[in-house]
Write a protein that binds this ligand. Sequence first.
Ligand code: NI
Length: 391
Amino acid sequence: MILSSFVQAGKQLEAELIAFRRDLHRYPELSLQESETAEKVAKRLSQLGIEFRSGIGGYGIVAELKGEQSGPTIALRADMDALPIHEESGLEFASTRPGIMHACGHDAHTSILLGAAELLVSQKIKGTVRFLFQGAEEINAGAKAMIEQGALDGVDEIYGWHNLPTLSAGLTATRYGSLMGSVDRIEIHLEGRGGHGAIPDQSIDPVVCASNIVMALQSIVSREVSPFDPVVVTIGSIKSGEANNVIPHYAKMTGTIRTFDAKVQKQMPERIERIVKQIAEGYKCKAELKYIEQTPVLINHEDCNRHVEQVIDYTIGAERRIEAPPTLAGEDFSVYLQHVPGCFFWIGSGPTIDASSAYGLHHPRYELNEDCISLGASLLAAIAWQKLATE
Ligand code: NI
């Protein structure tokens, strides 16, 4: 077996993997509800004769291929959940479930990992390949739950990937060190005193208070953090009031905090709390803040990143690999990387010509170039095989 032959072998599976992906696409399931998806994965694994355990960290599945000789355990991970987005792609196999869509391509990730399993099932290996089919990635809960139930026990290295619609299918992107940002969630509840919109002096207005907090939080980014440390503070939802002439008694906000450095991430709760509490006090509101740490910065391990790059170069050629720019988008794969060495990389899923015009991940018109599926399966199989080859 030479590495590049995985590409031809993957091509043979293309029709089957695309059909599998389209079926998942038609019937998407939200985080922690991936029961049908998991059943389909389990059925396929049984057909391939691969042993697995299901119900890991929700509906997650851990499957294993063991070689006759002992050796390291290499884990490959895919995510399976969809998003609360109403699909507008107009595709023939678009979601049949209103308000739920595979807008992040996890349907393709699941299919890719099954393809890798199928490519590896006939190979002689020294050691073990462990396949992690994880749920609840979109709510940053799945990886942690899988690890708590032993998904990483005995694992020496782990590899994961994500499709990227703004990179042409056929291309890949890798990066040494930090690739993706940390993700924290904040929830703010402001309690004022409601009243008539025309008599503000008899009320405590949480809307004015909330507005000031939204603006002041931005000063953390511009005034408290070094300009060389990327940070994002986004308030994504504000809920308050129903009528134009009524001062409501409360305002609720939720937001996301992103950083690119563990030290900076650690400092953020104090900063957010100080500004929220003290501005609220200034406006006579009571403030409650929930600061929920979700995922750490995703940091690739040097040797594992080098391994992925070498496999890509041998398999499809160095000209099809670029250096990935860093992003503050998050990925709960970062949690695995806190426990074992590994690497996360991008597989292009965009149009061959002018991928920059493609709709991004999480967009209701997001589409995935299905050429990435068999290629992804081939690369993942090669990444594991190269570590476990017997000859
Ligand atoms: Ni995703």
